[in-house]
Design a protein around this ligand. Structure first.
Ligand code: TYD
Length: 208
């Protein structure tokens, strides 16, 4: 099973991912927790370039760097794990490109869907959760976390975008989810960590 988490920065994806991994492990599933960008060796170099606030990258170059990260990550990590029967939980995936580079940067959404499909060889998640919350609050949380972890100077390029950008991202996720209701479920990320996990489990077929 392949599950992905999406949403604006600071919405609590990492905590939900860890909690879901724990549930699957308790049920004796082998679990792989991974993330984009940066889920493989090549991706870690690309992540450093992509998130560095000092990188001056045009939208098209940004797009192809995210796609390169994803293509290698799928080939090297995700597909082999799924082939071994593991549950794969990934923090961000193709929907991030569609929403950030499409609704955020203004690139054409349908072309982004096709390019992603090519990058991943048709491998789309079984289920995707979008953690939805007020962008002002989420951004405060993300910036605080980056400052605490000393990441602000090395990974803050997207957090440095102003509120209108993050508001576009939030709305973009809603529009994109509405086009993909079979796969994508929107969760209310203002809920407690336990509440959020229950929202997620209620939307995974094997727990319904
Ligand atoms: P990351 O630190 O992984 O996000 P978060 O703070 O939510 O854990 O940073 C990844 C950033 O890159 C995030 O701001 C969203 C952006 N991004 C894209 O623009 N396109 C993509 O395809 C992906 C995977 C991420």
């Amino acid at each position: 099973m392949f599950l992905t988490l999406e949403g604006i920065e600071g919405a609590g994806k990492t905590t939900l991912l860890e909690n879901l991994a724990e549930v699957f492990r308790t049920l004796n599933h082998e679990v792989l927790v991974t993330r984009e960008p940066g889920g493989c060796a090549l991706g870690r170099d690309l992540r450093a370039l992509l998130l560095n606030p000092e990188s001056d990258i045009c939208p098209e170059a940004e797009l192809f760097l995210f796609l390169a990260d994803r293509a290698q990550h799928v080939a090297e990590v995700i597909r082999p794990a799924l082939d071994r029967g593991m549950v794969v939980l990934c923090d961000r995936y193709a929907d991030s490109t569609i929403v950030y580079q499409g609704y955020g940067r203004g690139l054409d959404v349908e072309r982004l869907r096709l390019l992603n499909d090519m990058a991943v060889g048709g491998l789309w998640p079984d289920r995707t959760f979008v953690l939805d919350m007020d962008p002002a609050e989420a951004l405060r949380r993300a910036r605080r976390r980056n400052a605490e972890q000393g990441l602000a100077g090395t990974e803050g390029r997207f957090e440095a975008e102003q509120l209108p950008f993050h508001t576009r991202i939030r709305e973009g996720f809603k529009v994109w989810a509405a086009h993909n209701t079979k796969r994508i479920a929107i969760l209310d990320a203002a809920d407690s960590p336990e509440g959020l996990m229950h929202q997620a489990l209620a939307n995974i077929d094997m727990f319904e």
